[in-house]
Design a protein around this ligand. Structure first.
Ligand code: FAD
Length: 471
């Protein structure tokens, strides 16, 4: 069977004998899955159902030795290599046709050091794994707003969520990482050891190697006040939101959205399915100020419904899980911005209400506060002067709606992009955004290309928002 050609890295073909593959398999502790195996169809799936790809081989790594073996095998045999953490990449970078998938999903060990205020998590963890472990000690490290998202892709691209304004991006909290490089070395990098690699991992995506474990700083966050507030569509809601976020205490995080109102008990029935503005709040400050927070947010405009309650921190990262299960289709586009201009607000008021599905919407993450305490050149994440990260997220159920959803995202993005910075957050991009790499990596693109030339000169790790090695 394996005498058939496989996909090579450069788009050509590679022929491997069954014997070569068997020798490789004998070096693994995890499973090696082939298309003829019963586990294949489940193993090849990624979160975004737009990508129905058929890899030739899938390694379900159990440890760093498996990762080293798989990286070496793909490199030596010239195979296309897709590295998968949580599998949430909208462009489907965690899979490929005809090549090798290195799936880290079984590597989910987490160890918390409550004395030093650190957590070490293996490269296949989701945020649910990390939140659960740290919460046991009344601690948290900032992650994403959906618990099934992988810590791998999210942290390497930057990492925005409900604690960004207070604790910074996920990558700002990274203290060290164990990385299998393209050469097959397992190196531990931090501010002192392999500092250039450590710099590049914090915003440069999966370009520089496979991270087998991440070590993050933790913060004392046990409970938060959180939940959504929905408003009538009105430009003043955006103006008030912006003015508030520019000066609010850093313990206050609020993600802005335009969505179809969900059929939840606190939303009046006549609003169900109608376009509304929404603000998802996370207040990790003092409980005595909860009512102040409720009032400030409600003051943004005419409220359709508000539901803010005290919850354990991990719970706020599950509020969207049910709405966004694996198997939906996704197409997203993104930019960062300093301020919403009046022209930008007009674009949102025109395109936002046309949101085509319950799961879709423009979402605006605040990235000021603690995110601004890291300089542009201090890590690879370049957007330190921006206050907001916008994603036009198309997410839907039925393949028959592909065209309508993709068109909505593209039209909206074409209209709003002139009112934003040129670049955007790499983790909110789609597969057709590769040409935007210079803007997305911004002032740090050149340095990333130089580091890529040192750690991955042949561009083995290319299924990502790619940084090409400097010549
Ligand atoms: P994967 O598809 O597994 O990987 C994505 C990329 O990272 C690939 O290029 C892969 O090779 C690389 N990679 C993954 N793990 C490793 C590793 N251990 N070592 C080396 N490379 C690795 N982003 C935010 O910042 N905040 C959010 O709140 C947020 N919410 C989201 C919600 C949903 C429903 C979705 C679909 C995405 C969300 N994102 C968010 C975007 C998210 O950050 C990216 O999709 C990210 O790439 C997901 O990482 P993953 O490990 O799950 O993905």
């Amino acid at each position: 069977m394996l005498d058939q050609p496989l996909a090579s890295r450069d788009g050509g073909q590679v022929t491997l004998t069954a014997e070569i593959v068997e020798v490789f398999e004998s070096r693994l502790r995890g499973a090696l899955i082939r298309p003829s195996d019963s586990a294949y169809d489940e193993a090849r799936q990624v979160y975004n159902a737009m990508h129905d790809r058929r890899p030739a081989l899938i390694v379900q790594a159990r440890d760093a030795a498996d990762v080293t073996a798989a990286v070496g095998f793909a490199r030596d045999e010239g195979l296309a290599l897709a590295v998968r953490g949580g599998g949430h990449s909208v462009p489907g970078f965690g899979t490929c046709d005809g090549g090798l998938v290195l799936d880290l999903g079984a590597m989910t060990g987490v160890r918390v050091d409550p004395v030093k205020g650190r957590v070490r998590a293996e490269g296949g963890c989701t945020w649910a794994d990390v939140d659960h472990a740290t919460h046991g000690f009344g601690l948290a490290t900032p992650g994403g707003v959906v618990s099934s998202t992988g810590i791998g892709g999210l942290s390497l691209g930057g990492g925005m969520g409900h604690l960004s304004r207070r604790c910074g991006l996920s990558c700002d909290n990274l203290l060290s990482a164990d990385v299998v490089t393209a050469a097959g070395d397992l190196v531990t990098c931090d501010a002192e050891t392999h500092p250039e690699l450590f710099w590049a991992l914090r915003g440069g995506g999966g370009n520089f190697g496979v991270v087998t474990s991440f070590q993050y700083r933790t913060h004392p966050v046990a409970e938060v006040l959180g939940g959504p507030t929905f408003f009538h569509m009105d430009g003043d809601v955006m103006r008030s939101y912006q003015a508030f976020i520019e000066q609010a205490p850093e313990e206050l995080n609020a993600v802005f959205a335009i969505v179809l109102a969900p059929a939840l008990p606190f939303v009046p029935e006549e609003w169900h399915g109608k376009p509304v503005m929404g603000v998802v709040t996370c207040w990790s400050g003092n409980e005595e100020q909860d009512d102040w927070v409720r009032g400030e947010i409600a003051g943004f405009g005419q409220v359709v419904g508000q539901m803010l309650w005290r919850m354990p921190y991990p719970v706020i990262n599950t509020l969207f899980d049910e709405l966004l299960p694996a198997g939906l289709k996704h197409y997203w586009k993104a930019n960062v911005l300093k301020r919403f201009t009046e022209e930008a607000i007009a674009v949102h008021l025109e395109h936002g209400p046309k949101v085509p599905s319950l799961e879709s919407g423009p979402f605006i993450f605040p990235i000021n506060g603690a995110c601004h305490r890291v300089g542009v050149g201090d890590s690879a994440f370049a957007h330190r002067a921006a206050n907001f990260s916008l994603v036009i997220a198309g997410s839907w159920q039925d393949a028959a709606d592909n065209e309508a959803n993709i068109r909505w995202v593209r039209d909206y993005h074409a209209a709003i992009a002139p009112h934003c910075e040129a670049g955007g957050y790499i983790n909110f991009m789609s597969g057709d955004d590769q040409a935007r790499a210079p803007a997305n990596y911004g002032a740090n693109h050149r340095r990333l290309r130089e580091i890529k030339a040192v750690y991955d000169p042949e561009n083995l790790f290319r299924l990502n928002q790619n940084v090409e090695p400097a010549e």
